[in-house]
Design a protein around this ligand. Structure first.
Ligand code: AMP
Length: 223
């Protein structure tokens, strides 16, 4: 299965992509994670990426597209992939289509995690992320067993700089102007499915499983 998760920051794309990859064997490709890794390298490109991340602006298309499409090409041969955070612009969507058409491996579904603005803000403002494995926690809804320590790998938890209130506002605006138009792009291709991004990670996973079974992307006994 080749999937795209679309939705504003805070819609739960990362958490859902992680579950889909763990349970269905899909490769999780997260453009934000790739970019944060590039930024940590502190090369000239890394510093440019870091500036965009901190301001809550998009990284230039050419830079991010090259990184993500290299991973997509590698993942087309396996059980499939779930894209989290990519594409975010028309140019990225077209570049992705080009690579997948050449590989004879088109996108199966684009899942739009429709999420209320109140939910988005509360998730982002309370989010804590593991520095080592990227696992997400939340200050009130999803506490780690030990404060500040990841349950999964014992890594230390931090708040993302772009989850600060000003950067959140900027990211939401960038989403509305540059990424939301992709909903029309994928709806016109018949690929878009709207799902409830306000649900818990588990409830949304179950809803997606039912959708995949209904649409015969998975056998009816898959769990
Ligand atoms: P995310 O982890 O998906 O919330 O992404 C964090 C940040 O990485 C975004 O606010 C952008 O600055 C950058 N970013 C992630 N994906 C993309 C993309 N597809 N195109 C441009 N910038 C991106």
């Amino acid at each position: 299965m080749r999937l795209i998760l679309l939705g504003p920051p805070g819609a739960g794309k990362g958490s859902q992509a992680r579950v889909l990859s763990e349970r269905l064997g899909l490769t999780h490709i997260a453009s934000g994670d790739l970019l944060r890794e590039a930024a940590r390298a502190q090369t000239p490109v890394g510093r440019q990426v870091q500036e965009c991340l901190t301001r809550g602006e998009l990284v230039p298309d050419t830079l991010v597209t090259e990184m993500v499409l290299a991973q997509v090409s590698r993942a087309t041969g396996g059980r499939g992939f779930v894209l989290d955070g990519f594409p975010r612009t028309h140019a990225q969507a077209e570049a992705l289509d080009g690579v997948l058409a050449a590989a004879g491996a088109p996108i199966d579904r684009v899942l739009y995690l429709e999420t209320s603005p109140v939910m988005v803000r509360s998730r982002l403002a309370g989010r804590w992320v593991c520095r080592s494995c990227g696992m997400n926690y939340h200050a009130t809804n999803l506490l780690p067993r030990r404060p500040g320590v990841c349950d999964r790998c014992d890594g230390s938890l931090e708040q993302r700089p772009d989850d600060a209130p000003q950067a959140i506002a900027q990211r939401l605006q960038v989403y509305e102007t540059q990424t939301a138009p992709l909903l029309t792009y994928y709806r016109q291709q018949g690929l878009l499915r709207v799902v409830d991004g306000n649900l818990s990670v588990e409830a949304l996973y179950q809803a997606l499983l039912a959708l995949f079974q209904r649409e015969r992307l998975l056998p009816s006994d898959a769990a």
